[in-house]
Structures are given as C-alpha cells and as structure tokens.
Design a binder for this molecule. Structure first.
Ligand SMILES: [Mg+2]
Length: 385
C-alpha cells in the first residue's frame, strides 16, 4: 500500500498545571502532528514533542522546535517517504537519514505515522509488528515537575493516592532540597518506586557521587542522569550507591554501545524520539536486552499519539521492565486519575486509556490502538505564524 500524502501541523494541548524541569523554560503541551495517507485511504497518525531547551548530554543534541520539525517534514522528509510502501519502515528510516542527519523528532513523527498506517493496513496493533507483546500492560510512573517542596510533596502523594506505584521526581538544581523532598515522600509512601531525575544538574563526578549517597540514605531507588559527561557518569555509576539511569546520555544505538563500553549507566531510558522512531529505539532495546540492562520508555509528556506509540513499543520489548513516564491519555472529563498520569486537561483521542493498579493496559486495536478525535484535533490546532 503506497503512501500518497503526508502533512504536518502544530497543536497545543491545555496543561493541568506548570510542568518544569532543570533547563526547561517553556511549559509542556506543544506538538507537531503528522497525518499520512495511503493509496487506499488508510490514515496513519504520528507526533513529535520537540523541546528546544532539552537535548543530549551537555547540550550536544536536540534543539528542535515545532517550527523546525514542520519545515523538515514538509520540505525534506515527506518527499523521500511519499511513494514508499507503508510496510517499508526501515527503508523510510534509511531514506530520511540520507536526506538529513539528526532531526530525530521530525523523523519520529513520520515513523510513528508509518507504523500506525501499516498496522491498520494489516488489521494488527503495532506491538504485533514488533514481535508481539511480552507483557499485557506497562507500569507507569508519574512525573513530579520542578516546583516548591510543599507542592511537589502534594503532587507526589496525590499520584500515589491515585494508585500510581512509581514516581519520577525532577530535581538537580539544589541537592539539599532534593534529599529533603525524597525523604518526605519516602516517609509517607514507603513502597513507591522513587527515582530522582537530576537532568545533569549535579554537574561533576565528585558532587554526583555525594548526591547519590545522600539520596540513597533518604530513600531513593534510582537516580536519572545525575551528571552530563560520559566520564562523570561512569564514576557515579561505578560508585554503586544507587542505580544510575542514562537519559540525556542515551539517544541511539551508538550512545548505548558507548555507555556499555564505559560502564556509565546501570539502566537506560529509551525514547522513540531520541532514536528517531521504532527502528532506532528497537536497536537500543536490543543492546540493553543483550547486556541485561533494564530500561524504561520515557518521553516529553506526549499527546495520545506519542503515548500510544510508547505503550506499543514497551509491550513488545523484553528489556523495558522499569516503570516509564507515560501520560494516561484521556478526553476532558474522563481522566481516570486526579493527578497520576494527568498532565493535560484534554487530549485528542475518543476514549480514555485503561489503567489498573499502576499500569496502562494493552492497546489491541489496529495500529496505535487508539481512535483519534478529529474535532478535538481541529480545536487544538495552532497557528505558529
Ligand atoms: Mg530524564
């Protein structure tokens, strides 16, 4: 089934509150949506969630915006993808990489749309295209953004009260504050899986190692990206105080190989966006599985399209055994939780995702497994000019 049309447009979803982390200036909620069509009229949906001020370790990657993603898709990437068969996801990836290096957020939006359309053509959910599910649900963690200690404690305990069993706490600006906050959450929620995401904020190896020990003593279970460069990540990991998760340091298969070679992380955080789509992210997951490295699948608080893609990927990858920061996507007024997984007050799908005891249940309908609400999509369409 040939791809005959591919269009992209920006949308913005309303956020429930401000969600920030170290280095992030704009609030979440801005996306680029891709609509791809095949010769027999099947429509595939894709999404990018570019954040201009979030990127690779020490700021060496990323920097895409809604505007750059739109331009890349319309002018550079769509022309090399239109005309391919919808099943040629690897060929599409090769063609996009030949057309332009980098720009992984622009590429992921097309890659997700391709997989959605391919699955719909076959009448199968994406997880079956990736080898079938190895689990029937994915554990989800709620992200607590950078906010005052009182607000962060309320947000964390509210998520736990909603049945969420894992938290990702944003920190990295002030280790004393992070340690106090972790201790306060731990004393109220003894069983929750608690990871602190420093977004490289502890700067250098010696400070990172000190922070790890203090966070461990306060009750943290893991620390994500405590420092930036590979040598410091290796020193902190090898100090052994807490499992270290590589996020900014782990974009693609080359990064994953480097992290393994340097012993610079215990666990990996995979994003479809960092690796440019299912094809690239599968390589990272394969390296992790081979080396017995556990992974989560995270992202940048996607809309329903990106979240469904993340869930489909996680269902099929044996290495993805850690809880990930997936929003629970739901239309306005139908969210199953007050706080947990609840980042946007509305979303662009017709039915809320199903949750049970800290898990999002499998999405088994063809493609992404969700139905897009085109009226909502039109309502949140943005004019960037
Ligand atoms: Mg992170």
């Amino acid at each position: 089934m040939k791809i005959t049309a591919l269009d992209a447009f920006p949308i913005r979803l309303p956020a429930r509150r401000d969600f920030k982390w170290a280095g992030l200036r704009e609030n979440l909620g801005g996306f680029v949506v891709v609509r791809l069509e095949t010769e027999d009229g099947i429509v595939g949906w894709g999404e990018a969630t570019p954040l201009p001020d979030w990127g690779g370790a020490a700021g060496r990657r990323g920097g895409e915006t809604q505007a750059t993603v739109l331009t890349m898709i319309r002018d550079v990437l769509a022309p090399v993808v239109i005309g391919l068969d919808v099943s040629q996801t690897t060929q599409a990836r090769l063609a996009m990489d030949r057309a332009a290096i980098g720009n992984s957020y622009a590429k992921v939006a097309i890659d997700i749309a391709l997989h959605d359309a391919w699955g719909k053509t076959l009448g199968q959910p994406i997880h079956r295209l990736l080898g079938g599910q190895v689990r029937d649900r994915v554990a989800w963690a709620h992200m607590v953004g950078l906010m005052s200690e009182t607000e962060a404690l309320d947000e964390a305990l509210g998520a736990v009260a909603d049945g969420c069993t894992a938290l990702q706490i944003k920190g990295g600006l002030d280790v004393d504050r992070d340690v106090r906050l972790i201790a306060a959450i731990r004393s109220e929620a003894p069983d929750v899986f608690l990871r602190l995401d420093a977004n490289q904020g502890y700067r250098a190896a010696r400070a990172g190692i000190d922070a790890m020990r203090r966070l461990r003593d306060a009750g943290a279970d893991a620390c994500e990206q405590p420092v930036a460069d590979m040598r410091s990540m290796a020193a902190v990991t090898q100090s052994g105080a807490l499992p270290v998760i590589a996020d900014e340091s782990c974009w693609d298969a080359v990064d994953a190989m480097d992290l393994v070679a340097h012993g610079a992380a215990d666990w990996f955080s995979i994003y479809l966006a960092k690796a440019g789509g299912f094809v690239g992210a599968s390589k990272v997951a394969a390296i992790a599985e081979t080396m017995n490295i556990r992974c989560d699948v995270n992202g940048s608080i996607e809309s329903a399209i990106g979240t469904a893609a993340n869930v489909q990927f996680s269902l099929a990858m044996p290495a993805v055994s850690l809880p990930g920061v997936y929003p629970v996507s739901a239309p306005a007024g139908q969210h199953p939780c007050k706080i947990a997984g609840h980042y946007y007050t509305d979303d662009i799908l017709t039915e809320p995702m199903a949750v049970e005891a800290g898990h999002i249940l499998s999405l088994d309908a063809p493609g992404l497994g969700i139905e897009i609400d085109e009226a909502r999509l039109a309502r949140y369409r943005q004019d960037l000019a």
